[in-house]
Design a protein around this ligand. Sequence first.
Ligand code: GAP
Length: 529
Amino acid sequence: MANKDQTDTDRMEKIVSLCKRKGFIFQSAEIYGGLNGCWDYGSLGAEVKRNLKDLWWRKNVQERDDILGLDGSILTHQAVLTASGHVGGFSDPMCDCLLTKARLRADQIEPQSGIAYHFTGASHEESEWSVDRDYSVLLNQPNQDENKARKTAREFYAQFLTDKQIPAKKLTLLGESTSEEKEVTHYNPENGSLLTEPRDFELMFKTQMGASADDHDPNATAYLRPETAQSIFVQYKNVMDSNRVKLPFGIAQIGKAFRNEINPRNFTFRSREFEQMEIEYFCRPEDGLRLTDEWLAKRLSFYDEIGLQKEKLHVLDIPDGERAHYSQKTYDIEYDFPFGQQELEGVAYRGDYDLGKHKEHSGKPLEYFDEQTKERFIPHVVEPSAGCDRTILALICEAFYEEDLTKEGGKQDIRTVMRFKPAIAPIKAAILPLLKNKPELVEKAREVKNLLQPFMNVFYDETAAIGRRYRRQDEVGTPFCIAIDFETMGLEEGKEDLKDTVTIRHRDSMKQERIAISDLLPWLLERIH
Ligand code: GAP
């Protein structure tokens, strides 16, 4: 298991500061002290977001025959979220027993005192298996056998065993220590096991609809959706009937979701308003597990394509008991952010739970009729659910480099460079006339800009020395800089053959090459998609 606690605060601070300085991401309502958990994307951030969403949509909808798009409303009927279990299930501060998964009301746990036994992990020598996770057990009776705490801890760590044949008692506990606890409420009174942090499940933002809606009219209540998935389930029959599609098929949606997170943190990572990119892929029950594995592979290759290093991505096969009760398989895809390894996307096999619930609550027939076998059944669903903002944060963290280009004996020279893949980069090419006081260079540069602008986001800059302009573009991740110089004008003696060519300077290698203006557009188009 990778080290979840490996963090680089210094690097994260630099990234957050660059995001503000260069206009990728700003705190929402900053001049009023900020709106906690909400973020605004500046001009460059908005481009990156658009690039990511366009790419995801192209790969998952437009380039596939079996997936259709949806753009559902954000305001959601309370009946939808009652059926899905969000209303009612999300209203108390709850914590879970890490051992039995029993869910307890945090505010109803009696305070307990005793000796807590803490462990940092467990291992099994013969199979070279180990798990690295903090866990504690409280013994709350006087003179209790301390081995009871160790037995409970072994049972806890045994949940993570990949080889279920290994008995819990064969595990070696790591990093044991003890502490005296007084009147604490974070242990399960039933078995002494550590509980998760209490979570307030009133996560949804509620609103009142209609001009005459008063606060006490329950019928006027609507919610800002906490996930995009529910409108897909609710519209599944309409999409299916209007498109005459057959299983397996998917419905994809990109859009805002809202959760009143108790503790928004780590820049945009845990926000109260965020965007999801979700697919609900409907299938026959017997295909569910296989398709879950196939989707996991597809999603990993997408992350590879957009430039997240394989070594920084981790797949967690969520063990029995930690998954939602209706899910037979769930993978979490996690990424090594500077603040630790954290979830980017979940790929979950949700069975027929969601459609089953909506059928039950709405009373509408949501079955699929198979023309060939004449069977009628509720399709199962595989759900790859990605966070758009989290992916952008991962792309920004991945792209951020500081290169030391200091020459021997020279002044320190650190180049900040955002190594975005060209498809993700906010600006694809910068157009730079060598000198701004030479009208012929400026005119030619503007011609080049006009040539490229209808096809991609370009940036024209004539201020400062060319070297400084290159560095500015490095800092925002522009993969190509195009310099218009005297050779472009055919004004360099002995280099007349370079007339109507430009210098292309590559961001990562800083190498330069010359290209004819007439070849520029196809050359760039080939490299930016
Ligand atoms: N429909 C399933 C679903 O919503 P989830 O694991 O709660 O599952 C899916 O959310 C993805 O949405 C997460 O993997 C994460 O990328 C993103 N996400 C969830 N909560 C978020 C938050 N508070 N801020 C930013 N992204 C979030």
